[in-house]
Design a protein around this ligand. Structure first.
Ligand code: COI
Length: 356
């Protein structure tokens, strides 16, 4: 029993039948209901699940001007027996809470987060796609709502959760994506908030991402902000490289997002006896490894992206060409391993799955 009494206003007629579950993209379809509550006078209250729709806030609300807000990206999957699996809610909650701390937002109690999540996903469980390559994407977020244009920490907030059925994140599907570095732009610096899931990190990436797209690349592979040479992440994914049969991923040093899928990959690799070194890797080292024929695979990981192979990395006029057609063997093994756990076809490590 939760201490939070959530009032439920059900939609009159579900919109589910208007959605073609065979043609799902990412992020353009939303389930029937959403969760909403408010923070004022030092406490969270007014817990409601209601039909998905517009929310009310004043045009002077802090989030609209200064961006005091955080979000999470999570997924729920359908098992063959109809049970629904919410993947690693504890890890997502931990990161959400850390992001809130960094943005000076009051903590959302874990019990509230989990209780809202379970109640909402359970109510809209018919929206969780059955198909193995699809899922229900879950977006918890907090926005600062105080009506005030001076720059200060808001005293009022809304915490919401919306969900929607999704297919693959990239239009390439699970085919390899093409990345480019863009050393004239940086994503994050130490002491900033590159390791928090906050709107500004993503908003600042949009111009370089559009420039990359115009040049034919799927996304920007960010380099460090000081020397412009060490690989950091791709806005929607953490990065992995297989060099001479060793696996390398950039370390968490405050400037990259501590991905829950990244963590799951490290856990699975350690269970499978594959050593992954969390160490700095420069784009020059990548080019050298490629020239020496030692760079056999690269892939990214993320909640939305799952495990996505990288087929090409462009840097300063030079192309690191990898397999452009299909996932490499390690990416495939990880993709299969993680999606089997998602869909209940493999035994998960303890605490990974919340079954409802
Ligand atoms: C996620 O992977 O869940 C994210 O939030 C990334 C976003 C660009 C879709």
């Amino acid at each position: 029993m939760s201490a939070y009494n959530i009032e439920i206003q059900k939609i009159k007629k579900s919109r589910r039948d208007s959605v073609d579950f065979n043609q799902l993209k990412f992020g353009d379809r939303f389930a029937d209901h959403m969760f909403e509550c408010e923070y004022k006078n030092g406490e969270w209250s007014n817990f409601k699940i209601k039909p998905y729709g517009p929310i009310q806030m004043m045009p002077s609300a802090n989030i609209l001007h200064y961006g005091q807000g955080v979000f999470e990206g999570m997924k729920a999957f359908c098992h063959k027996d109809g049970k629904v699996n919410i993947f690693r809610p504890d890890k997502h909650y931990e990161r959400f809470n850390r992001s809130c701390k960094r943005m000076n937002i009051p903590e959302v109690p874990k019990e509230l987060f989990i209780s809202a999540l379970k109640t909402l996903v359970d109510l809209d469980r018919k929206w969780v796609p059955i198909d193995r390559f699809k899922s229900l994407y879950i977006r918890p977020f907090v926005v600062a709502t105080e009506e005030f244009l001076g720059l200060k920490t808001s005293t009022t907030y809304k915490f919401l959760i919306i969900t929607g059925p999704v297919g693959n994140y990239y239009s390439e599907g699970i085919k390899p994506v093409k990345l480019t570095t863009m050393p004239e732009y940086v994503r994050a610096v130490k002491g900033g908030f590159g390791d928090a899931k906050v709107p500004g990190n993503y908003a600042g990436s949009l111009l370089p991402a559009d420039l990359a797209l115009k040049q034919g690349y799927t996304q920007v592979m960010w380099l460090d902000a000081v020397e412009h040479k060490y690989v950091e992440e791709v806005g929607s994914m953490n990065m992995f490289f297989v060099i001479d049969d060793s696996v390398v991923t950039p370390p968490l040093g405050g400037t990259i997002l501590p991905g829950v899928t990244r963590r799951s990959i490290l856990d699975l690799c350690s269970e499978w006896g594959i050593k992954v070194s969390e160490s700095k890797i420069s784009v020059d080292e990548l080019m050298d490894a490629h020239n020496a024929g030692l760079l056999s695979e690269s892939f990214g990981s993320g909640t939305a992206a799952v495990v996505s192979p990288v087929g090409l990395i462009h840097h300063d006029g030079y192309n690191i060409e990898l397999d452009r057609e299909k996932m490499g063997p390690l990416a495939q093994r990880l993709y299969d391993g993680i999606t089997s756990i998602h869909h209940g076809d493999a035994e998960p490590p303890a605490d990974w799955c919340m079954i409802i």
